[in-house]
Design a binder for this molecule. Structure first.
Ligand code: PLP
Length: 492
């Protein structure tokens, strides 16, 4: 007796029940995608909306999948912001694709936990191979390939990627100095760097006053200036501090600024620092030969990261990290308890990815990246990127034609930073005006955009990258923006 009523109850793993239920789920998801444009892109619910719609405790007896689907329709979908909507233009994209789904599905189906090679040799070996493929596609230096001292690993997010390399760099410098030197070591990045670096410093115990976020300017398109970096390093060295980590960004979160990797990397090297490159969003564009120039200088980097889950058709989560010296990672993150010992690991014959990341357990994420690369192929992936950049160019052109607006920073990839200009007699009002426009736009549910602040100015961000977005969506979005702007300006 296993406690299940064979006629009606859902067993944990029965192949035929799985087939029936999973088919229904696939139909549900396919229908969702067919009708995705009907939903308000940004969820319009109020905080706490779900509490009163669901029971206080879990059911004692099984419920049917149909009842659950009804609840998903009536109660869950209203609280969903539709990241895959073609009218989603906020933050940066987070791509889904059929290939990505299939890989996720297979990964869920096999449900392995691949912390050591022995726990599923294919999981480790496929990850190494697929990250070598992607490294070659990005023309990363050979030292990042798994054949030598380096290699790639899939982290959950760019935040985890920067944290693990920061830990490796910290321990490397502390081995050189002394364990007590933690208060002396200094991290550098620009003030445009993603807050993930600051969080990594907090977790790694870097003293907050030793985390330098160097000022960037409009005049250099918000890229980190090598001169300013040199000055900061010289000042710190003069007062007895030890520079040990530099993070540069290719495609900053606010405005897609590109830091000059070659010059920054040389400074890092001459000061014995670890040089990390965060290309979480823009890295995907560098698979196209015409955009590869933006990571020129990556040869100087110790580690490089791009999020395949942003703009590379690979469902969340899949953040690709490459390092030149995997020993540094392993020295910081390895543990070797008796219960995990096995012949292959003890003989040092294999990679055990548990030693390259924070958690022990890990999913078989390389399957989805492998599916994406195989089911689409490089040429289609390049076209996909180019198409979004062309759509962004189209949007930029529309903004430039309307004298009530300005494009604020030069567009490089698929993000356009722009703002509504305040009328002459009302110039102090620009932040409120643009914030009001953002709120008005997003509350229509027709499109979803986000904002940032650059040099004290409130800026609207229009990021193209959802897999279903076409030119007609971009043109319609611009019309929504223009109409709401007319209403707001008419009220002033
Ligand atoms: N770095 C950059 C440049 C980003 O744009 C982002 C997110 O948008 C991140 C890091 C953080 O990404 P994740 O959510 O993968 O940690």
């Amino acid at each position: 007796m296993d406690g299940y009523n064979r006629d009606v109850d859902l067993k944990p793993m029965d192949a035929e029940q799985f087939r029936e239920h999973a088919h229904k789920m696939v139909d549900f998801i396919a229908d969702y995608y067919k009708t995705i444009e009907n939903f308000p892109v940004l969820s319009q619910v109020q905080p706490g909306y779900l509490r009163n719609m669901l029971p206080d405790s879990a059911p004692n007896h099984p419920e049917s999948l149909d009842d659950i689907f009804n609840d998903v329709q009536a109660k869950i979908l209203p609280g969903v912001t539709h990241w895959q909507s073609p009218n989603y233009f906020a933050y940066y994209p987070s791509n889904s694709s059929i290939a990505g789904f299939l890989g996720e599905m297979l990964s869920a189906g096999l449900n392995i936990v691949g912390f050591s090679w022995i726990t599923s040799p294919a999981a480790t070996e496929l990850e190494m191979i697929v990250l070598d493929w992607l490294a070659k596609l990005l023309k990363l230096p050979d030292e990042f390939l798994s054949a030598g001292q380096g290699g790639g690993v899939i982290q959950g997010t760019a935040s985890e990627a920067v944290l693990v390399v920061l830990l490796a760099a910290r321990d490397k410098v502390l081995r050189r100095l002394s364990k007590n030197a933690l208060e002396k070591i200094v991290v550098y990045a620009s003030d445009q760097t993603h807050s993930a670096v600051q969080k990594a410093c907090q977790i790694a115990g870097i003293h907050p006053e030793n985390c330098r976020l160097l000022k960037t300017e409009f005049s250099t398109d918000y890229a980190l200036s090598p001169d300013i970096l040199c000055e900061a390093i010289a000042h710190d060295v003069a007062i007895g501090l030890v520079p040990f980590f530099l993070c540069a960004t290719v495609g900053t979160t606010s405005s897609t600024a590109v830091d000059p990797l070659l010059a920054l990397g040389k400074i890092a090297k001459s000061n014995g620092m670890w040089f990390h490159v965060d290309a979480a969003y823009a890295g995907s564009a560098c698979i196209c030969p015409e955009y590869r120039q933006y990571i020129d200088g990556v040869e100087e980097a110790d580690s490089f990261n791009m999020n395949a889950h942003k703009w590379f058709l690979t469902n969340f989560d899949c953040s690709a990290l490459w390092v030149k010296d995997r020993t540094a990672l392993v020295q910081s993150l390895s543990t070797n308890p008796e219960f995990l010992k096995n012949k292959a690991s003890q003989a040092n014959m294999v990679v055990d990815y548990k030693d390259w990341q924070i958690p022990l357990g890990r999913r078989f994420r390389s399957l989805k990246l492998w599916m994406v690369l195989r089911l689409y192929g490089i040429e289609n992936l390049q076209c996909y990127i180019r198409n979004h950049i062309k759509l962004a160019e189209h949007f930029e052109g529309l903004v430039a034609q309307d004298p009530r607006f300005e494009v604020v920073t030069p567009r490089i990839f698929s993000l356009v930073c722009f703002r509504l200009l305040p009328p002459r007699n009302n110039e102090d009002n620009d932040k409120k005006l643009n914030n009001d426009l953002l709120e008005a736009i997003n509350s229509t549910g027709k499109i979803f955009i986000s904002h940032t602040v650059l040099s004290g100015k409130y800026i609207l961000r229009f990021a193209i990258g959802a897999p279903l977005t076409e030119e007609r969506h971009v043109t319609a979005a611009w019309k929504v923006l223009q109409d709401e702007a007319s209403v707001l300006l008419g009220r002033l």
